[in-house]
Design a protein around this ligand. Structure first.
Ligand SMILES: Nc1ncnc2c1ncn2[C@@H]1O[C@H](COP(=O)(O)OP(=O)(O)OP(=O)(O)O)[C@@H](O)[C@H]1O
Length: 273
């Protein structure tokens, strides 16, 4: 019988290096449940998310992917009816503890959204906005941050002569990399990405995918994607969500070639979703 990957022809690149040392955990999630009003959206989520790796979250529409990722930086609480139970620890700190201020959590954990959302300001001002709110005023330091962040987001060469132009003049793919640069400027440890390429053309998508793979040397990346090929190409670990539950959380190679759960196999081979 053909394996799941063969029947769907999901190609699994064989370029991932074996782990040299034991991987550390960046997020430890235990029995996490979430409700919008009376409707439960997440059920008993248990996951240990590794540091300096790319973790992909896949699953059909409405299965709780965005809700989960937005729980990790407590953005989900912007919805007033949200209730939660269970535990989420970031580097062993309880993210819901009053001792861990939500602003500090969001400095440690940056986020990039589905649609590029630069501020209606210059490229330069987009990058320095976060550092300035953290009290950095010296022009030479801000200049350094701008160059470093734009280089980190593989955008410097394209915009170094356009730093004072409005960010809305950039292409969609450039705007998304600007949003990644804006996120890097506050020096997070984790970058959450909620379908960052779904509004982009294939060339821009490839650039962001390459960027994600480079960024994992310095950051832990958690990415929601509808695109299973993308998850297979760029992630080390993949979580398959279904109806608010984690059906399978596994090494990406394993999940796409020899899944442990029949429902994962059905999903990745296109039998539903
Ligand atoms: N603000 C909200 N208020 C009430 N219910 C919500 C809200 N946001 C999401 N939900 C519900 O929570 C469930 C999970 O939604 P969520 O957006 O997390 O899924 P998803 O897997 O990210 O979906 P998609 O792939 O379509 O973006 C759905 O039933 C959705 O209707």
């Amino acid at each position: 019988m053909a394996t799941a990957a063969e029947s769907k022809q999901i190609s699994i690149p064989n370029t991932k290096k074996p782990d040299k040392e034991e991987t550390k955990t960046i997020y430890s999630i235990e029995n996490f449940n979430l409700w919008y009003g009376n409707d439960q959206a997440l059920y008993d989520v248990q996951m240990e998310i590794p540091e300096n790796k790319v973790t992909a979250i896949i699953g059909p529409s409405g299965c709780g992917k965005s809700t989960f990722i937005k729980s990790l930086n407590r953005m989900v609480e912007l919805v007033p009816s949200v209730k939660m139970s269970g535990s989420i620890k970031y580097k062993e700190k309880d993210i819901f503890s009053p001792k861990y201020k939500v602003e500090d959590l969001r400095t440690d954990v940056g986020m990039v959204f589905q649609n590029p959302n630069p501020f209606p300001k210059s490229v330069y001002e987009n990058i320095v906005y976060g550092p300035k709110t953290h009290g950095i005023k010296k022009k030479s330091v801000l200049n350094e941050i701008v160059e470093k962040s734009l280089r980190g987001a593989a955008l410097w060469d394209e915009v170094k002569d356009r730093l004072n132009e409005n960010a809305f003049g950039l292409s969609g793919g450039q705007q998304q990399r600007l949003c990644i640069a804006r996120c890097l400027a506050i020096e997070p440890d984790v970058i959450l990405m909620d379908e960052p390429t779904s509004a982009l053309d294939p060339i821009s998508t490839t650039k962001i995918e390459k960027l994600v793979q480079n960024l994992k040397q310095d950051y832990s990346i958690i990415i929601v994607t509808h695109n299973m090929q993308q998850a297979a190409r760029i992630s080390d670990k993949t979580a398959f969500f279904l109806n608010g539950e984690v059906m399978e959380f596994n090494n990406t190679d394993k999940l796409f070639s020899d899944p442990d759960d029949k429902r994962t196999e059905d999903y990745i081979t296109g039998r539903f979703g």
